[in-house]
Design a protein around this ligand. Structure first.
Ligand code: HEC
Length: 159
């Protein structure tokens, strides 16, 4: 082998080793950024009982009496808007708490609570009590549908 040839084969080898090292480095970098992905939503309270007790229950307890009759003033409409929005967005939070079994049904109930809760919120913004009451009842029906299936039929709520 001439010294020129030896130099070129060494340079090629060096290039391949460096390229391989850089490539494997970029792979492990990607794996690391996927593992600590701080952008993804994750439950603060993974226990469903605690989540329902401290997010959904007090909100529903406030909403139910103000939904009993047509709101007399803006204060009452504000109360409806606030609590319907919490429950509607709460529907989204149920989506990051899917159970291992029957997840498709869980998603369906959660999305319906989110969507009817959202329609209730919008009807309250428009100060339309008849429409608000209709969407409120549909929302509660879907709260109950999930309780029927996933809470052993307990916690059946009356609107
Ligand atoms: C996707 C399923 C799901 C949906 C939708 C859902 N819940 Fe629940 N909820 C549960 C489960 C499961 C429990 C039982 C938790 C436990 O005790 O283990 C529960 C329990 C409750 C309880 C009893 C809490 C306690 O302290 O005993 C209340 C009140 C409640 N939910 C209110 C609501 C309201 C109001 C809605 C609708 C706006 C709603 N939930 C929608 C799954 C759901």
């Amino acid at each position: 082998m001439t010294s020129k040839l030896r130099f070129y084969s060494f340079a090629t080898l060096l290039f391949l080793v460096t390229a391989g090292w850089l490539w494997s480095g970029s792979i492990s970098l990607q794996a690391a950024s996927a593992a600590d992905n701080k952008d993804a939503a994750e439950p603060v309270e993974p226990d469903m009982h605690e989540f329902m007790e401290y997010v959904f229950q007090p909100t529903f307890k406030r909403l139910k009496p103000v939904m009993a009759a047509a709101p007399a003033d803006n204060q009452a409409w504000k109360a409806i808007k606030a609590d319907s929005l919490i429950l509607a967005e709460g529907g989204n939070l149920l989506l990051i708490r899917q159970p291992k079994d029957d997840a498709a049904d869980w998603i369906k109930h959660s999305v319906q609570v989110r969507d009817f809760g959202g329609q209730l919120y919008r009807a309250a913004k428009a100060k339309d009590y008849t429409l608000a009451r209709k969407h409120y009842e549909s929302m509660v029906k879907n709260c109950n549908a999930c309780h029927q299936q996933f809470a052993g039929g307990e916690h059946i709520l009356t609107p």
